[in-house]
Design a protein around this ligand. Structure first.
Ligand code: HAM
Length: 437
């Protein structure tokens, strides 16, 4: 039997419903924040990630899915979303648009060849945003507020927001010097990768998965102590704006992030839930004021974040949060072959009028049909038999209260309009019904 590749998973059943619920919430939230949806290819030139994410990061040096396409071009399945969105921003000359900032959001699969374990997959989904064109700390705070508000709306309580600043160019130069002199006496104790990181990019030593417990890493100088006065001021403002929104946070000087493009604010949200497991970083992001330039675009500040979709759903599960998934509005039962056409027609009408409807396709008897209606958690059941076809009066049963109603077939839609008023896609269906779509 062919099995799914290691580190991947299938979505179906209740999990599928929860995925769709959270996706709908994200869609609605991004509308409220006035972000535009962006989609970029799942594979891009390998070079984009080498230059964008950074040659010396674990993601690029060890975890990418690379392949040569049939035209001999080196391609990579995207390990994250930022590099592609930045490429698209530059290639489509979005820096020339009058409306600044450009605020975009995305959602889709990412690929990293990591050792699979709970909360860590080789194909996983990210929801993220990237904002271009402003260095205002207000935007850093807005970006941090997006995942925090999403978690809050879903009812997640155990979250901890950690923030740090990696400063500007001046900060980085001073800090690099400090790191080089700090690690010099310990070079021989470090792993082979870290020895090369020492030469190429000493900050990457700080997030080494092999050496991370060594004292020389724990006692390394912290970048926050080297912030330039501009960087310090920027960071203080971010905190003021977070305070304004009532978002609690910790300043955690150990957050350096595993990607090279960050400047100034960086942040991560951790799940603070008992027994959640070690893959507890629910999301991460920050500012990247040099990335657009480094990918041959004009000097443009940027800030964004991405959250792991699977980890979000696991966190909801760990806190025992049941998502309020909408259930089937109407289940239609034809009593025999003779009423099937009418049942089918009625289902179609109900669906086009904005109600979810399903019917019996299996010629069940009435008892097992009611069982099926219960399995589908149908709110109402309509039975169509010989008598109903003759009189055009249908029997509608409220599947919770067991109350019964006799309704003329021509008034069915009005009846449900009065009974069922909350629909996820209400607006879209209203537009459709009023022929505006
Ligand atoms: P990242 O920290 O590499 O940042 O990933 C963001 C989130 O994706 C993580 O916090 C985690 O929840 C999830 N994640 C990462 N790897 C895996 C995995 N193997 N399995 C399951 N979930 C995973 C970025 O990707 C940046 N592009 C974020 C960003 C956007 N920064 C600025 N803009």
């Amino acid at each position: 039997m062919i099995q799914k590749p290691k580190g991947t998973y299938d979505v179906y059943g209740k999990y599928g419903k929860n995925v769709k619920y959270v996706e709908r919430l994200i869609n609605a939230l991004m509308e409220k924040y006035n972000y535009e949806f962006t989609r970029t290819p799942i594979f891009e030139s390998t070079n984009l990630f080498h230059r964008g994410v950074g040659e010396t990061t674990d993601i690029v040096s060890k975890e990418t899915y690379d392949f040569i396409d049939r035209g001999d071009r080196p391609m990579t399945l995207r390990p994250e979303g930022t590099a592609g969105v930045v490429r698209s921003y530059i290639e489509n000359k979005r820096y020339g648009e009058a409306s600044v900032p450009v605020k975009s959001w995305y959602y889709g699969p990412m690929f990293r060849y990591e050792r699979p374990q709970s909360g860590r997959f080789r194909e996983f989904y990210q929801f993220g945003v990237e904002v271009f064109g402003t260095n205002d700390p207000l935007m850093d705070a807005e970006v941090i507020s997006i995942p925090v508000n999403l978690y809050k709306m879903l009812g997640l309580k155990g979250i901890k927001v950690n923030i740090n600043s990696l400063g500007d160019t001046e900060t980085r130069l001073n800090y690099k010097e400090a790191l080089l002199s700090h690690f010099k006496p310990y070079i021989d104790d470090l792993c082979e990768d870290c020895k090369s990181r020492y030469e190429k990019n000493p900050m990457r030593i700080l997030d080494c998965k092999v050496d991370h417990d060594k004292d020389c890493i724990k006692n390394a100088p912290k970048i926050i102590d080297y912030l330039s006065s501009d960087a310090k001021e920027h960071f203080i403002k971010v905190q003021e704006y977070l305070d304004l929104m009532g978002i609690e946070y910790n300043i955690n000087p150990n957050i350096v992030r595993g990607l090279d493009y960050y400047t100034n604010t960086v942040f991560e949200v951790e799940a603070n839930i008992k027994d959640f497991g070690s893959q507890n970083v629910l999301c991460g992001g920050g500012r990247y004021n040099k990335l657009v330039e480094s990918l041959d675009g004009p000097e443009t500040p940027g800030v964004g974040f991405a959250l792991g979709f699977e980890r979000l759903l696991s966190a909801l599960d760990a806190e025992g949060i049941e998502l309020d998934n909408d259930t089937l509005d109407v289940y239609v039962i034809p009593m025999s072959e003779n009423e099937k056409k009418s049942a089918f027609h009625l289902c179609n009408d109900l669906r086009l009028n904005g109600f979810s409807a399903d019917m019996d396709y299996m010629n069940r008897n009435i008892k097992s049909n009611f069982k099926q209606a219960d399995r589908l958690e149908a709110k109402y059941v309509i039975i169509i038999g010989e008598e109903e076809l003759k009189t055009n009066i249908l029997t509608i049963k409220n599947n919770n209260t067991k109350e019964e109603y006799k309704v003329d077939i021509n008034n069915i839609i009005e009846f449900f309009d009065g009974e069922i008023d909350e629909h996820w896609y209400g607006t879209i269906w209203w537009l459709y019904i009023s022929k505006k779509l």
